[in-house]
Design a protein around this ligand. Structure first.
Ligand code: FMN
Length: 220
């Protein structure tokens, strides 16, 4: 697939077909993502793919922690507040998604249901977790973001869907314990990955972007 088309047609997939992606294809996608640029070619990313029974067990663990009301403690904390223009974009997204689903996604009950769906990897057959050494600074988190985007684009080129999920880092400590990752590592991001179920209405949702003029300034 042509690069620009790949970038423009990638979207977050929130319902997947159950079929497994062959390990060879997942390896090829991750290998492609390794071509991402990074600060001094430091390549500050480590990847765990969880599938099958282990993925089901991890989902059950995360849903149980949610049900017990355990306070999330992600390695990268959630923002406490947003500048007004950014807050407006977030509100617009939530309003549009709520309209599509026919529910108020901001209600406490729906927030919990939505988190549980995240913890079930939206039905995807695989979850990908990106880690890096916890001593690394913001540039390395930036690099991991580049890696994540390359991974999602490489997946898209293979007809495979993804969704990046900060929520999958809510219980970083427990995820690391479950996957056998030491506490010296930071969990940066979770990504659900699999063949997209494009028949499901949830995957008809398209997000908008602000007009280019609003984020671009020419100085000449
Ligand atoms: C760092 C990051 C964290 C995200 N966390 C979540 C999440 O926890 N759950 C979820 O459903 N989507 C999550 N998303 C997906 C965004 O909501 C989505 O990328 C955005 O609304 C734009 O939509 P698009 O990906 O379809 O273009 C996340 C995206 C990024 C980049």
């Amino acid at each position: 697939m042509e690069a620009v088309e790949c970038i423009k047609t990638r979207m977050s997939i929130r319902k997947f077909k159950p079929g497994l992606v062959p390990n060879s294809v997942l390896t090829e996608i991750i290998n492609t993502a390794q071509r991402s640029p990074s600060y001094k070619n430091s390549q500050p990313w480590e990847v765990v793919v969880v599938s099958g029974k282990k993925k089901e067990e991890l989902s059950a663990l995360l849903v149980r922690l949610l049900e017990e009301g355990k306070t999330p403690a992600p390695d990268i904390p959630e923002a406490v507040s947003w500048p007004p223009d950014i807050a407006d974009r977030i509100n617009e997204l939530m309003k549009k998604r709520s309209a599509l689903m026919g529910v108020d996604l901001n209600s406490p009950e729906m927030k919990k249901k939505s988190k549980a769906a995240n913890f079930r990897f939206y039905g995807a057959p695989h979850g990908i977790f990106i880690f890096q050494d916890a001593s690394l600074n913001e540039w390395s988190i930036f690099d991991a973001g580049l890696f994540a985007q390359s991974l999602m684009l490489a997946a898209r080129a293979h007809g495979i869907g993804t969704v990046p999920q900060a929520f999958l880092t809510d219980y970083s400590h427990e995820v690391k314990q479950f996957l056998g990752i030491p506490e010296s590592k930071r969990l940066v991001l979770g990504i659900s990955i699999g063949y997209p179920d494009m028949e499901n209405p949830i995957n008809t949702f398209r997000t908008s972007r602000v007009e280019t003029e609003k984020i671009l300034r020419w100085v000449e």
